[in-house]
Design a protein around this ligand. Structure first.
Ligand SMILES: [Zn+2]
Length: 287
C-alpha cells in the first residue's frame, strides 16, 4: 500500500506540472474506467455506443488481489467516470479516489445496496438481480450528469436492463421452487446475495477474498458437511479449480460444477449469460 501511495503522489505531481486536465483522447464518447469485470459489463450495458469503457483488472485475472499500475491510474485520473464496487472488493480504491480531481465522476456502486444478516460482509452484491439493478441505475445517473445530451439514450438502456432483470428474477423464482435440496458447497464466500434470493445455504471453503487453504480440521468439517447433507456436486469457479476443491471432490465422490461469481469472467459473457448458466448449474445440483 505504501508503494501505491508513492506512485499516486508521483502521478499527482506529474499532472500538476503538466497542467493537463483534459482527457487525452480524440473520442467524443464518455471515457469510463471500471475496476473489474462485473463493473465493466454494467458500464457497457448502460453506455452502449456512447461510452468507451476500460477494464482495469484484466479479464481472466482474480480481482481480489489485483492492483492497478501507475500507468492505469494516470489514465483513470483523466477519464470522465470511474466505477468500482466497494465493500472491500478492491482494496486499492480509497487512495486512488482521494487523488482524483473533481472532474472524474466516482461511482461506488454498492452505495445504495441494502444488506441483511445473511449478506453483510459479502461484497459480491451483484449476484442478487435487485442489487445489480441498483448498480446499473447508479451508473446511469453518473453518465446522465456527465453527458446530459445523451440522457434519453442511457435511460433507454437502463429500462432494457430492468426488463431483463425482471425476467431473471422470475426465472430464479421458478428454479428455486423446483429445488429439492438447499445446501451447496462453494469455493469462496461470494454467493450469500444469490443464495439469499433462492433460499439456499452456501458453505464456503474459502473466505470473501478467496485466499489461503483450509486447515486439515476444516477440511474434515467440510467433508462431513457434504456427507451429512447428501451433497453430490461441489462448485468451483471459471478462473480455475483449486487442488483443495479437487481433493474434496475425490474424498467425497462429488462431481465438480462451475458457479460463476462474475468477477473475472472471460469470453465476453454478460451478466445475464452468466446468471442463466448459474441457474442451470444450481438446478443440476439441487434436484
Ligand atoms: Zn470474489
Amino acid at each position: 500500500m505504501k508503494k501505491l501511495s508513492i506512485i499516486i503522489l508521483a502521478i499527482i505531481q506529474t499532472l500538476i506540472f503538466a497542467s493537463c486536465k483534459s482527457v487525452t483522447t480524440d473520442s467524443d464518447k464518455l471515457q469510463v474506467y471500471t475496476s473489474f469485470y462485473a463493473m465493466y459489463d454494467f458500464a457497457k450495458q448502460i453506455g452502449g455506443d456512447k461510452a468507451d469503457v476500460y477494464l482495469l483488472c484484466p479479464s481472466g485475472q482474480e480481482p481480489h488481489d489485483f492492483e492497478p499500475t501507475a500507468q492505469d491510474i494516470a489514465k483513470l485520473s483523466q477519464s470522465d467516470v470511474f466505477i468500482y464496487n466497494g465493500m472491500g472488493m478492491e482494496h486499492w480504491t480509497d487512495s486512488v479516489t482521494a487523488s482524483l480531481n473533481g472532474d472524474v465522476a466516482i461511482v461506488k456502486a454498492t452505495d445504495k445496496i441494502k444488506l441483511n444478516k445473511f449478506t453483510a460482509g459479502d461484497p459480491h452484491v451483484w449476484l442478487n438481480p435487485d442489487n445489480a439493478y441498483t448498480q446499473l441505475r447508479a451508473i446511469a445517473e453518473a453518465y446522465k450528469s456527465k453527458d446530459p445530451a445523451n440522457k434519453d439514450y442511457y435511460e433507454k438502456n437502463l429500462k432494457e436492463c430492468k426488463e431483463k432483470i425482471e425476467r431473471l428474477k422470475q426465472d430464479l423464482e421458478t428454479a428455486k421452487n423446483m429445488f429439492s435440496s438447499h445446501s451447496i458447497v462453494v469455493s469462496h464466500y461470494a454467493y450469500s446475495h444469490l443464495c439469499d434470493v433462492i433460499d439456499v445455504s452456501p458453505y464456503a471453503v474459502n473466505g470473501t477474498d478467496n485466499s489461503g487453504d483450509p486447515t486439515p480440521q476444516r477440511m474434515a468439517e467440510i467433508e462431513n458437511y457434504i456427507k451429512d447433507n447428501n451433497i453430490k456436486y461441489i462448485f468451483t469457479e471459471p478462473l480455475g479449480t483449486s487442488d483443495i476443491m479437487k481433493a474434496i471432490a475425490k474424498d467425497t465422490g462429488c462431481e465438480i460444477l462451475v458457479l460463476d461469481p462474475f468477477e473475472g469472467s472471460s469470453e465476453n459473457k454478460d451478466y445475464f449469460n452468466v446468471m442463466y448458466e448459474n441457474i442451470a448449474a444450481l438446478t443440476q445440483a439441487l434436484n
